[in-house]
Design a protein around this ligand. Structure first.
Ligand code: IMP
Ligand code: MG
Length: 436
């Protein structure tokens, strides 16, 4: 504690319970849902700041599997408040379905959920445009949830927001104009047009169901911080899907890096205390775009184990070796203080294990990923090999219980990524976690 308190119980300022940003250091699907669930134990509020229902955060709780898309993963814990911040794009119908689905699983949703009135809406024409673009040249393998077109409207200043949906007359008027504009585009693309009446009715009904949760979340968060509450910022997707720092154009349309936690919630940078980076013990990616260390044999082995299928779309994830060039860059951009390594058990039967420590491009060695997509696609990884451990590590609960080769591997990759190792996940359940 910077105030000099000696222990948690005596700290009047709760500084040791710092505001924490959790970030994916790779291409998404790093296992953030599980790590968030573990970290939520020490938080009061869990906030999503970007992305939409393209995200799929899997949490195993009391033997049941929950996949969260829009609602922060803290919803599964008692007495935690979950906030969907202004930077998130919300499909109101999908959100209502997610709330209903969780209620059926007996998850309590009431005063513990808040939705920003400034969050932009994902509407059916966004989804249809996303689908149409994915049929054409230049596709990027999106989740087809309408995320790109919705953020496109936001940047073009023609989007509809949660606050519009809370005013039915305003919403209907704006929606009608947007639908007639988008129907012309959809017709030109040879797609079906959309009925204003149907969409208006369905979305207004969803809006009424969401009304109790919609508020100014910026004010809520600031008041909560003034009362000493601790916030956990739940990043979605990963660093290399960031619209600015990712492998453009094969990226999502939001800032998935640490800065997005500020802009997407209204919490200023100086209130952020630590950044935890989550990385898999190997690399995966869904959708198109370069994955320099991609390895078909490793992918087949992981798929045969039933691992690495997308939580949102069910697509097979592409797999590759751990990429330290990418991880180091992610560590730098996000200011990662601590690292959580997940899916270490996925490498139980792999020997030797390869780690990419540099790229080779046209005879030159690179230590940072190039910005250009074609150059990145042409990069050849430079590998080092480490010994595997050839046994199951599921039961390990202390660092000392991991085989020597596994300890060496995680220490080495976190050192390459440039931050201290604080957690190792050896299985999907909450308990299958080693805290260092
Ligand atoms: P979009 O976010 O649906 O526009 O998809 C853009 C790219 O990001 C595609 O390659 C998707 O597969 C990828 N993507 C989006 N959300 C996630 C996620 O939560 N995990 C992993 N990849 C994602
Ligand atoms: Mg996911």
């Amino acid at each position: 504690c910077p105030k000099g308190c000696v222990g948690k119980i005596f700290c009047l300022f709760r500084f040791h319970m710092a505001n924490t940003i959790l970030i994916g250091m790779q291409w998404g699907d790093e296992g953030k849902g599980k790590i968030i669930d573990v970290l939520t134990a020490n938080a009061d509020i869990v906030v999503r700041s970007q992305g939409g229902n393209n995200a799929g955060h899997t949490v195993i709780h009391r033997g049941a599997k929950y996949v969260l898309h829009l609602i922060p993963s803290g919803i599964l814990r008692h007495r935690k408040v979950c906030v969907i911040g202004n930077g998130v794009v919300i499909d109101p119908v999908a959100l209502v379905a997610e709330i209903d689905g969780l209620r059926q699983l007996r998850v309590n949703i009431g005063k513990n959920l808040l939705i920003s009135d400034c969050a932009h809406l994902v509407l059916p024409y966004h989804r249809m445009l996303d689908e149409q673009r994915e049929l054409r040249r230049g596709r990027i393998g999106t989740t087809k949830r309408g995320i790109g077109p919705a953020y496109g409207d936001k940047a073009a200043r023609t989007g509809l927001r949660m606050s519009d949906l809370m005013q039915p007359i305003v919403f209907s008027k704006k929606l009608q104009a947007k639908i007639s504009e988008n129907n012309r585009i959809l017709q030109a693309l040879g797609a079906k047009s959309i009925s204003f009446r149907d969409v208006n009715e369905i979305y207004l009904a969803a809006g009424e169901k969401l009304r109790p949760y919609v508020t100014n979340t910026v004010m809520y968060l600031h008041r909560a911080m003034d009362r000493g509450k601790q916030i956990l910022f739940e990043g979605a997707q990963g660093t290399f899907l960031d619209i600015d720092h990712g492998t453009y154009p094969y990226v999502t349309s939001s800032n998935t890096t640490a800065g997005g936690a500020c802009t997407g919630t209204g919490v200023p940078p100086h209130r952020m205390d630590r950044v935890v980076g989550v990385m898999k013990a190997y690399s995966t990616r869904v959708g198109d775009g370069a994955l320099p260390t991609e390895d078909a044999q490793l992918a087949q082995m992981l798929h045969n184990l039933g691992r690495e299928f997308g939580a949102t779309t069910g697509r097979k994830r592409r797999c590759g070796w751990f990429d330290a060039v990418a991880a180091r860059y992610a560590g730098m951009i996000n200011g990662i203080d601590e690292i959580a390594i997940t899916n270490l058990d996925g490498l139980d039967q792999v020997d030797p294990i390869r780690v990419c420590v540099g790229y080779q491009l046209h005879g030159k060695r690179l230590d940072v990923p190039p910005c250009d997509a074609t150059q990145l696609a042409n990069c050849e990884p430079i590998y080092e090999e480490l010994a595997g451990w050839n046994r199951s590590i599921h039961a390990a609960r202390k660092f000392s219980q991991l085989p020597t080769a596994a300890r060496k591997y995680v220490r080495y990759i976190s050192e390459l990524a440039g931050a201290k190792l604080s957690m190792v996940s050896v299985g999907p359940a909450r308990g299958e976690t080693i805290m260092l």
